[in-house]
Design a protein. Structure first.
Length: 119
């Protein structure tokens, strides 16, 4: 089970940290990915962190987003800085055995949290 509190309305240029809390599986052994889906667009993988802490970011996130994990708290964080209007989307976290580029390789999904970037 994955739970993602933390959605909000943020002004352009602002920052927001999303969290993804896990339960019910051996968290340390799995990769966690953050995805987002904007209205009218396909869901895309934004960032991912492997079980050993290696991170991956989409080009749209590089230099602005940071993904990290706290295995003791069974939580993954997505720190988003310099937010843009086009970052507006529902953000989801999901679990996989590795940071696959394919959405179908991710199993359990969180319920999603709305991030709105607006002035």
């Amino acid at each position: 089970q994955l739970v993602e509190p933390g959605g909000a309305v943020v002004q352009p240029g602002g920052s927001l940290r999303l969290s993804c809390a896990a339960a019910g599986f051996t968290f340390d052994n799995y990769a966690i990915g953050w995805f987002r889906q904007a209205p009218g667009k396909e869901r895309e993988r934004v960032s991912c962190i492997s079980s050993d802490g290696i991170t991956r970011h989409a080009d749209t996130a590089k230099g602005r987003f940071t993904i990290s994990r706290d295995n003791a708290k069974k939580t993954v964080y997505l720190q988003m800085n310099s937010l843009k209007l086009e970052d507006t989307a529902v953000y989801y976290c999901a679990v996989s055995s590795y940071c696959s580029v394919y959405e179908d390789d991710f199993g359990s999904w969180g319920q999603g949290t709305q991030v709105t970037v607006s002035s």
